[in-house]
Ligand binder design. Structure first.
Ligand code: PMT
Length: 222
């Protein structure tokens, strides 16, 4: 695609992990580095989109021209995602959102006493599903990080979350997924799919943005 082909479009992209506090010094999180989501933001910006990047705690420089919103928890990520998605054409959920948070965050550091400690976890809201359920929802793209039954689980998420596209990421293969500089994806949409083989995350992001923009152009917009 040509530089400028996405001008006039607003893209909102989530990236990185979320961090769910247990007490003032501890949290639950995962190994997402933010690299994949930042690459998508960079690729969309390069083609002229207005890009908002809602990201959890990551150690990456902001791509030039991208509007970055730093958050910690899934609840915070959802707040900003919903606010920004209301006026966006495209939403891409690349973040590895914690599925659960601690039901009650301890106000003081949890002390080490008994041999076992039980944490009660509460399900987090599903950010990408809530964006897809908006009135006038943007073209909504999810990711599916899977270690088995990749296609089946990815298609399940496409339908259950009511998305326009899902990017299946087999994170069990070496060089794929969390924290690597390379990745491979299989994109599924209702009625089709395409495999994007192992390459740098930036290269992959460029191909993904091109696929999204092709599908978005074809889908009826008001
Ligand atoms: O950040 P990197 O180190 O570069 O790694 C990239 C990646 C592996 C994190 C990325 O390619 C990826 O697969 N991201 C999705 C990770 C994930 O949590 O997938 P999931 O299958 O658990 O979630 C499915 C979809 O729902 C995702 O689009 C996720 O953003 C979204 N979700 C999940 C839970 C939740 N509460 N809200 C959500 O929006």
């Amino acid at each position: 695609d040509k530089v400028g082909s996405l001008s006039g479009q607003t893209w909102v992209i989530t990236a990185g992990p979320t961090r769910e506090p247990l007490d003032p010094v501890r949290f639950i999180s995962n190994h997402s580095s933010g690299k994949m989501g930042f690459a998508i933001a960079q690729a969309a910006k390069r083609l002229g989109a207005t890009v908002y990047l809602v990201c959890g705690p990551v150690k990456l420089p902001t791509p030039i021209g991208v509007e970055r919103i730093d958050v910690e928890t899934a609840i915070e990520m959802q707040e900003h995602s919903l606010r920004l998605a209301k006026t966006a054409e495209v939403f891409v959920a690349c973040a590895a959102v914690a599925d659960y948070r601690v039901a009650e965050i301890a106000s003081q550091k949890i002390k080490k006493s008994s041999e076992q400690l039980q944490l009660v976890l509460q399900k987090n809201p599903d950010i990408v599903a809530s964006v897809a359920a908006l009135n006038n929802a943007p073209f909504t793209v999810g990711f599916a990080a899977e270690t088995e039954n990749v296609e089946e689980y990815a298609l399940g998420k496409l339908h259950k979350k009511n998305l326009q596209m899902i990017c299946a990421n087999n994170v069990s293969a070496p060089g794929h997924g969390f924290n690597s500089d390379t990745n491979a994806l299989t994109l599924f949409w209702p009625g089709g799919s395409v495999s994007l083989p192992l390459t740098s995350k930036l290269n992959l992001a460029r191909q993904l943005v091109e696929q999204i923009s092709k599908k978005f152009k074809k889908s009826p917009q008001e």
